[in-house]
Write a protein that binds this ligand. Structure first.
Ligand SMILES: NC(=O)c1ccc[n+]([C@@H]2O[C@H](COP(=O)([O-])OP(=O)(O)OC[C@H]3O[C@@H](n4cnc5c(N)ncnc54)[C@H](O)[C@@H]3O)[C@@H](O)[C@H]2O)c1
Length: 276
């Protein structure tokens, strides 16, 4: 039988592609798009949607009950740059929202929860390349703090209540359906739009800054495979690293220049505003 899925934060960069993918797999009526604000992304209009603030536990419970939800993909969050502008709000949305999702999942005995963590769990003391899963997790941004705390909280719900919550640490995701929501790796999407629109881009990273990235369809494929795996094959509930490719801002600019020869990039690195 198909799962009955709720996707929170469905109008964002990931939700805009995850919701159609899940609908194509499980049936359009089995996947409810949770939108922070109506009307949301047109790509989500072909199935059920609800307006949902994850900070409101009773609204969350009501959606789970009225749609017979058994699985939640919890994407609603504030990302790194947005979070650094208002760290108190980032804690509130990211941590209270996650706790509300975990609570309703526990109390309604849902079969599974997916929650995305991030490479932002790593701080300045992490190994620069191939950071192992259990490297020191000492982030210095509020976003990173909420990702480490969130991983711990999810693991707690697994240990204490047996809630099957599964986590991937995504790298920066490159996609074309929805613009990214305010993270450090956003430049790798913005640069394509600006190359086509203006033939110019001002990059907020240094030319030689290398970050891990992944193409959205690959990340979603990994996500669905993780969620469909037998429970016995998923012993870890604190985040699996998911890796694809790493490149510098200068390298991606050079690739685009091969196709748009008059494309020009300036580098104006920001200090600590944006981190993953
Ligand atoms: N996109 C990436 O490269 C990336 C990388 C690593 C991890 N992640 C994680 O994946 C998840 C989704 O990321 P995204 O890129 O789609 O983000 P996004 O910013 O594009 O989308 C997040 C969505 O959450 C919604 N939202 C904000 N506050 C809300 C609230 N109180 N209630 C309900 N919805 C609310 C926003 O309106 C937005 O539509 C986040 O947890 C993010 O940390 C993303």
């Amino acid at each position: 039988m198909s799962p009955r899925v709720l996707v929170t934060g469905a109008a964002g960069q990931i939700g805009a592609e995850l919701v159609p993918l899940l609908r194509s797999k499980y049936g359009r009526d089995n996947v409810v798009a949770g939108l922070h604000r109506a009307p949301g992304n047109p790509a989500l209009k072909d199935g059920p949607s609800v307006t949902l603030d994850v900070g409101d536990p009773s609204a969350l419970t009501q959606v789970v009950d009225s749609h017979g939800i058994d699985t939640i993909y919890h994407l609603a969050a504030l990302l790194s740059a947005t979070g650094e502008k208002n760290p108190q709000l980032a804690w509130q949305v990211n941590m209270d929202g996650l706790r509300n999702v975990l609570e309703v999942s526990r109390s309604k005995k849902l079969s599974g929860v997916f929650w995305p963590s991030s490479i932002a769990v790593y701080g300045p003391d992490a190994p620069r390349a191939m950071a192992p899963q259990a490297a020191p997790l000492n982030p210095t941004t509020m976003y990173g703090v909420t990702k480490v705390s969130g991983e711990l909280l999810c693991n707690y719900y697994f240990l204490k209540y047996g809630l099957d919550v599964r986590i991937l640490r995504y790298p920066g995701l490159i996609s074309s359906e929805a613009l990214p929501g305010g993270g450090t790796t956003d430049y790798a999407v913005e640069i394509f739009y600006e190359a086509l629109k203006r033939r110019a881009y001002t990059c907020f990273l240094r030319e030689d800054t290398v970050l891990p990235m992944m193409y959205m369809p690959d990340a979603l494929d990994g996500t669905v495979k993780l969620m469909e795996a037998d429970a016995g094959r998923v012993p870890r509930h604190m985040g699996y690293n998911l890796a694809a490719i790493s490149f510098s801002a200068g390298e991606i600019a050079a690739e685009i220049k091969k196709h748009i020869s008059d494309f020009h990039v300036d580098y104006a690195p920001e200090s600590t505003e944006r981190r993953f």
